[in-house]
Write a protein that binds this ligand. Structure first.
Ligand code: SF4
Length: 405
């Protein structure tokens, strides 16, 4: 497994695969060919089908300069990955210096013909079973396991924590409508106001967490700086729980430890399955975010490593089959609401692990559920994997409104 730095990335919304990775790819290409008069960027597959809604073109223009780049959306597959970019320099209309770059999920990129440029394997264990065995042999808890292999990671996690708290806070204070044809009103602040006026404690807690998830996701939808956990489309799940625990007095150090624990689960899915909606559907993004949040909450509530595994496994098991079909290609419907639902579900998973785990042992391991999620993702129709060609994405709301763009 790679460093947690490659899982938790700070960058511009609204999509890790369609904006953050695209930005990284553009910067990489520009670094290699800095002096060309002009450039062309061809966006293939899911990048073409949902790239406008995900602001892929805007980020390309931002890196190269609007007048120095030609962008083409080509709605077919190129190579093995659903998210592919083909770069050229343009000199007197001649295309030269071709480079093919894949967006592989969570903001990561891979260059065709080269090893993954972000390859940074630091954890030798290949799955959770091996991690648990190593921890048992060395008397480590899961947070200590992370620090054993990444002694300097706390600094990065501290910056991640800071940005998560900032994006939630900022989202709660914004008003107006989100970019795009859906004209969705920003409602995080209103949900929060409703939450604090509730007398019932459980409702107040649930609505507060929901408002935090909406705050982060509304920031993401506006292209503000957010944090992949494990992706940007699912960035509200972990950040809402982090904010909730922070506001309820949990120390920064403990939250950093909890992010380390959550990171193990996100990293395992990323390594042994996929965190890309274009590859595995929304179960890969929101399902993984829900696992991470369930692990985070379980750690903070004092559950042991086996119980943490139980919570994370339940979180994925009950997101299996979740499709990625954002309306109009915008990371808004169902994405924003889905983050709120997943944050609350993560707490339910923690409760199941704490109470039901004592009554009956969980027979499905976390390693098993990753394999099942990957299998299920490959069985999902292409229309339901971030192409906006089917499911919710083609509801009349999306289609009729999109014509107005
Ligand atoms: S439906 Fe899920 S995977 Fe697809 S863009 Fe929205 S949050 Fe991401």
């Amino acid at each position: 497994m790679e460093s947690l730095r490659e899982l938790y990335r700070i960058g511009p919304g609204p999509s890790s695969s369609h904006t953050l990775a695209v930005r990284n790819a553009c910067l990489y290409y520009l670094q290699h060919y800095p002096n060309a008069p002009r450039y062309s960027v061809d966006l293939y597959g899911s990048l073409a089908l949902t790239g406008r809604g995900h602001m892929s073109d805007k980020i390309v223009e931002k890196v190269f300069g609007q007048d120095r780049v030609e962008i083409r959306f080509i709605e077919k597959m190129y190579g093995p990955q659903p998210n592919t970019m083909v770069f050229h320099t343009l000199t007197d209309g001649r295309q030269e210096n071709e480079m093919v770059i894949y967006s592989t999920g969570g903001g990561a990129i891979a260059i065709e013909g080269q090893d993954n440029v972000v390859d940074d394997t630091v954890y030798p264990q290949k799955n959770l079973k091996e991690i648990m065995e190593y921890c048992a042999e060395n008397r480590l808890n899961l947070a200590q396991y992370v620090y054993r292999y990444e002694p300097d990671i706390a600094e990065h996690l501290s910056a991640v924590l800071q940005q998560m708290l900032a994006m939630v806070r900022s989202g709660l204070h914004k008003q107006g409508v989100l970019p795009g044809p859906l004209k969705l009103e920003k409602v995080a602040g209103k949900i929060y106001q409703k939450a604090i006026s509730c007398e019932d404690e459980k409702t107040r807690k649930d609505l507060t967490i929901t408002s935090y998830a909406y705050g982060a996701m509304e920031e993401n939808a506006c292209g503000e700086t957010v944090v992949t956990a494990p992706t940007l489309g699912s960035c509200g799940v972990v950040s809402s729980l982090v904010s909730y625990y922070y506001e309820n007095g949990v120390s920064r150090q403990r939250l950093i430890d909890a992010l380390a624990v959550a990171g193990i689960f996100g990293n395992l899915v990323k390594t042994n399955g996929t965190i890309s909606g274009a590859v595995g559907g929304c179960q890969a993004e929101i399902g993984t975010a829900c696992c991470m949040a369930a692990a985070l909450a379980s750690y903070l509530e004092g559950l042991n490593s086996r119980q943490i595994e139980y919570a994370a496994e339940v979180a994925m098991e009950h997101n299996l089959g979740l499709t990625c079909d954002p309306v109009g290609g915008y990371v808004q419907v169902p994405c924003i609401e889905r983050n709120g639902v997943a944050a609350l579900r993560a707490l339910d998973c923690m409760l199941y692990a704490k109470y039901i785990g004592e009554i009956r042992e969980n027979r499905v391991s976390f390693d098993m559920i990753i394999e099942t999620m990957s299998y299920t993702g490959h069985k999902l129709a292409m229309e339901l994997r971030e192409t906006s060609l089917g499911g919710l994405a083609v509801l009349p709301l999306g289609r009729s409104e999109e014509k107005d763009v």
